[in-house]
Design a protein around this ligand. Structure first.
Ligand code: AMP
Length: 249
């Protein structure tokens, strides 16, 4: 069984993002970029399934600019066997990515697609669900445990008030939550090995997909800054302010 793992190149989670002066988006010039953390978890899970003998090949795929190849090399260093770069400079929205992935699912026929539950840049949380709809495959989102047995996959999901366990026939779509696993450190020998692993380059047109955006971003703005606090003299003054200024009691 093949496992397809889509990995997105995003602003590193340690970077404090800045909005561009003209309000058109987030400034990513000279900013550290890394693999979306939920996708690292997805690659780790796929590699563990291969190590357990439940999968035979792990294929990482990234859609976007040429530098996505660095993200794919990281996926290969974690343990993916080969990578596909769907190269485009166009702005990619979740629907476009889902269509590209659906085309790759048709081509590669993976038993499982493991995506991150969301990309930490746009926080869309849409691609996995859209891919399931486009491919008409069963989906289990926010997985905290994944077990493959014969032709089924059992996925444990964290939901309000407990755990839900879903059993799905394969092929299926799974999206990862934070507690699924702790990704391994990438070692130098594995980084060296990753350089020799196959990385295929395709364009959206090769997959017959129109990636034109369907949504328009009107404005991006920083959240309002927090006002400085004050010290009040006594409880009576506090109650007065809560009642008459903040109007919360
Ligand atoms: P989103 O729906 O944008 O929050 O992203 C959910 C997941 O879809 C991510 O964690 C990735 O696994 C996958 N994904 C989104 N965008 C891309 C992309 N450009 N290339 C590869 N995978 C992506």
């Amino acid at each position: 069984m093949k496992i397809l793992v889509p990995v997105k190149r995003v602003v590193d989670y340690n970077v404090k993002v800045r909005v561009k002066a003209d309000g058109t988006g987030v400034d990513i010039a000279n900013v550290k970029m890394s693999m979306n953390p939920f996708d690292e978890i997805a690659i780790e899970e796929a590699v563990r399934l291969k190590e357990k003998g439940a999968a035979t090949e792990v294929i990482a795929v990234s859609c976007g600019v040429s530098q996505c190849q660095e993200t794919l090399r990281t996926a290969l260093a974690i343990g993916a066997d080969r990578a596909i770069h769907v190269e485009t400079d166009a702005e990619l929205q979740p629907l476009a990515v889902a269509k590209l992935l659906a085309a790759l699912v048709a081509k590669e026929a993976p038993g499982l697609v493991i995506l991150g539950k969301q990309a930490i840049d746009d926080d869309a949380n849409q691609t996995g669900q859209m891919l399931a709809a486009l491919t008409n495959l069963p989906q289990a989102t926010f997985a905290s445990k994944v077990e493959v047995a014969a032709d089924r996959v059992e996925v444990t999901r964290e939901i309000d008030g407990g755990l839900e366990v879903l059993s799905m026939s394969l092929p299926a779509i799974v999206t990862t939550d934070l507690r699924l696993n702790e990704p391994r450190y990438v070692t130098l020998p594995n980084i060296m090995k990753a350089k020799k692993k196959p990385l295929e380059n395709v364009k959206p047109a090769d997959l017959g997909v129109d990636v034109a955006p369907r949504l328009k971003t009107l404005k991006v703005a920083e959240p309002a800054g927090r006002k400085a606090g004050i010290k009040v003299a006594d409880v009576a003054a506090l109650v007065d302010k809560l009642k008459n200024e903040a109007k919360v009691i």
